[in-house]
Design a protein around this ligand. Structure first.
Ligand SMILES: *Cc1c(COP(=O)(O)O)cnc(C)c1O
Length: 490
C-alpha cells in the first residue's frame, strides 16, 4: 500500500483489501487460540516493558499488516494475561465464543451509532427484543420487560448500569426533598462484599462517602447481607435526619459467590421506599438454568437488575444487561434535549431513544452480538456451558475436601471455589496462602486470585473460561498440591 501519492490512492475502507486483511487477522487469532496453552497465563513482563520495544513517535507512512502483526506477536502477546486460556481461574472469567466473536465482527463491521431510534431503527428495535428474550430466559417479571411495563438496555459495564440507576433514584429523591442541597442527606446501603464498583458509582453521582453503608457480613450468614442489619442501619440513619436512598443486593458476590436474601431485602426496601437494585453481574447467567433460578426469587421487588453477559454467557466483551421497572424515571433523569437530535419519531412518543437510558450519547450495536450469541448457541447449549462449569467446580471442591491440608472457606454455589492451605498458626495464613498463589501463578501454568473474607486470606478459583475442561482443573489441583508440599516443607 505505501504512503499516499499520485499513483497510489488512499482507500481506508475498500472491500477487496478488507476481505484479505481480515482473513489474515482471523487466521492470526485462530493461531493464537491453537497455541493459547503454551503461553504463561499471567504475563510476567516488567512495568514499562513496552516503551523499550516500540518507536517513540507515530509512523508518518503506512506500514504493512504483516509488520504490524509481527509486532503484536513479538511485543504485545508477551504482555498479555491470557484471559481466554483454559488455565485462567482468576477474578471472574470473561467468556469469548465463536458466536460472540462473529457478533462483535458484525457490530464493528456495520459500525452504526444508534443513539436514538431514527439513527438506526434496527439497532434500537433489536436491543429491545433481545432484552426481552434475555429477561424471559431469566424468568424476570413482566414488570421489568418491554412486553410488560418495564424494559431493558445494554450497557458496557455494571458500573455504568449502577451509575444510571443511582442517578435516577437520586433525582427522584431530591425532587421530593425540594432541592439539590439535600444530596448530603442521601444514604446508600450494600454489604462489605458488594462489588467496589457500587462505591465508585455512589461517588460518581455525588453521594458523600460518609453516607455509604457497607454493612459487615460474616461466616454465619455465609457472607450475605443481613436484613436485620440493613433495617437497623436504615432506622439509625432516619433518626439522624438522613434519607435512605438505595439498596444494592448481590446474587453471586465477587469475593465468594454469596447470594443476598432478595425477598427480605426487597421488602425492607419497599417499606422504607428505597430503590432496590440487584447486581447479578456474575451469577445472573446461571439463573437461565431452572435449577439455579431460585437464586433470583424476590426479583419481583427490584426496581432494577443487572447482569454481565460478558462474564459467563459466552458473549465477548463488553455486554451488560440492565432491566428497569420504570424506564420513564431513567429517561427523566438522563435525557437532555438538543436541536440536533430532534426528529418526528421521537416526538411521536412511540420509539425508544437509548441515549436517554445510558451515560454516553453514542452507542455500539451490542444487541447484534448478544442476539447472535443466543441464536447461534441456543438456550440448550448456554445452559450446558453453565452446568458443566458448575460440575467442574464441584469436582474441584471435592478434591480440596479430600486433602486434609486444605480447607474450604465459603459455601460453593456456582463455579467459584474459595479455599486455603491450612496454616499451622492462624497468623501465618495470609503469608502462606499468598506464597502459594505466587508459586502457582509464577509457574505460568495457571492463574488464580485471592480475596479476604472477614479478615481471612482466601484463594479464589473461578472455573468457567470457555476452553476449560476437566483435565485443566485436574492439572491445576496437581500444581497446587505440588507447590503446597514445597511450602509446607520450608
Ligand atoms: C464483575 C462484577 C462487577 C463489575 O462489573 P463491571 O462490568 O466491570 O462494572 C460488579 N458486580 C459483581 C458482582 C461482579 O462480579
Amino acid at each position: 500500500m505505501g504512503s499516499p501519492s499520485a499513483n497510489n490512492i488512499f482507500s481506508p475502507l475498500e472491500p477487496e483489501s478488507f476481505t484479505d486483511e481480515s482473513k489474515t487477522v482471523i487466521g492470526f487469532i485462530a493461531d493464537y487460540y491453537r497455541n493459547i496453552e503454551t503461553y504463561p497465563v499471567q504475563s510476567n513482563v516488567k512495568p514499562g516493558y513496552l516503551s523499550a520495544q516500540l518507536p517513540k513517535t507515530a509512523p508518518y507512512c503506512s506500514e504493512s499488516l504483516e509488520e504490524i502483526l509481527k509486532d503484536v506477536t513479538d511485543s504485545i502477546l508477551p504482555g498479555l494475561t491470557h484471559w481466554q486460556s483454559p488455565n485462567f481461574f482468576a477474578y471472574f472469567q470473561a467468556n469469548a465464543s465463536t458466536a460472540g466473536f462473529l457478533g462483535e465482527m458484525l457490530c464493528s463491521g456495520l459500525n452504526v451509532v444508534g443513539f436514538n431510534w431514527i439513527s438506526s431503527p434496527a439497532a434500537t428495535e433489536l436491543e429491545s427484543i433481545v432484552m426481552d428474550w434475555m429477561g424471559k430466559m431469566l424468568k424476570l417479571p413482566s414488570s421489568s420487560l418491554f412486553c410488560g411495563t418495564g424494559g431493558g438496555v445494554l450497557h458496557g459495564s455494571t458500573c455504568e448500569a449502577v451509575v444510571c440507576t443511582l442517578a435516577t433514584a437520586r433525582d427522584k429523591a431530591l425532587e421530593k426533598l425540594g432541592g439539590c442541597e439535600y444530596i448530603t442527606k442521601l444514604v446508600v446501603y450494600a454489604s462489605d462484599q458488594t462489588h467496589f464498583t457500587f462505591q465508585k458509582a455512589a461517588k460518581l453521582v455525588g453521594i458523600p462517602s460518609s453516607n455509604f453503608r457497607a454493612l459487615t457480613t460474616s461466616v454465619s450468614t455465609e457472607f450475605s447481607l443481613s436484613p436485620e442489619k440493613v433495617r437497623a442501619a436504615i432506622e439509625d440513619d432516619i433518626k439522624s435526619g438522613l434519607v435512605p436512598l438505595y439498596l444494592c443486593a448481590t446474587v453471586g458476590t465477587t469475593g465468594s459467590g454469596a447470594v443476598d436474601p432478595l425477598q427480605e431485602l426487597g421488602e425492607i426496601a419497599r417499606e422504607y421506599k428505597l430503590w432496590f437494585h440487584i447486581d447479578a453481574a456474575y451469577a445472573g447467567s446461571a439463573c437461565v438454568c431452572p435449577e439455579f433460578r431460585h437464586y433470583l426469587d424476590g426479583v419481583e421487588l427490584a426496581d432494577s437488575i443487572s447482569m454481565n453477559a460478558h462474564k459467563w454467557f459466552l458473549t465477548n466483551m463488553d455486554c451488560c444487561c440492565l432491566w428497569i421497572k420504570q424506564p420513564k424515571l431513567l429517561v427523566d433523569s438522563l435525557s437532555i434535549h438538543s436541536e440536533i437530535m430532534r426528529n418526528s419519531a421521537t416526538e411521536s412518543n412511540t420509539v425508544i431513544d437509548y441515549k436517554d437510558w445510558q451515560i454516553a450519547l453514542s452507542r455500539r450495536f451490542k444487541a447484534l452480538k448478544l442476539w447472535i450469541v443466543i441464536r447461534k448457541h441456543g438456550l440448550a447449549n448456554l445452559m450446558h456451558h453453565i452446568r458443566s462449569d458448575i460440575e467442574m467446580a464441584k469436582r474441584f471442591e471435592a478434591l480440596v475436601r479430600e486433602d486434609k491440608r486444605f480447607e474450604m472457606m465459603a459455601t460453593r454455589r456456582f463455579a467459584l471455589v474459595c479455599f486455603r492451605l491450612k496454616p499451622k498458626r492462624e497468623d501465618e495464613g495470609s503469608e502462606l496462602n499468598g506464597k502459594l498463589i505466587d508459586a502457582v501463578n509464577s509457574s505460568g501454568r495457571a492463574f488464580m486470585s485471592h480475596t479476604v473474607l472477614t479478615g481471612v486470606y482466601v484463594i479464589r478459583c473461578a472455573i468457567g473460561s470457555t476452553l476449560t475442561e476437566d483435565r485443566h482443573v485436574n492439572e491445576l489441583w496437581k500444581l497446587i498440591q505440588e507447590k503446597a508440599q514445597f511450602l509446607l516443607l520450608e
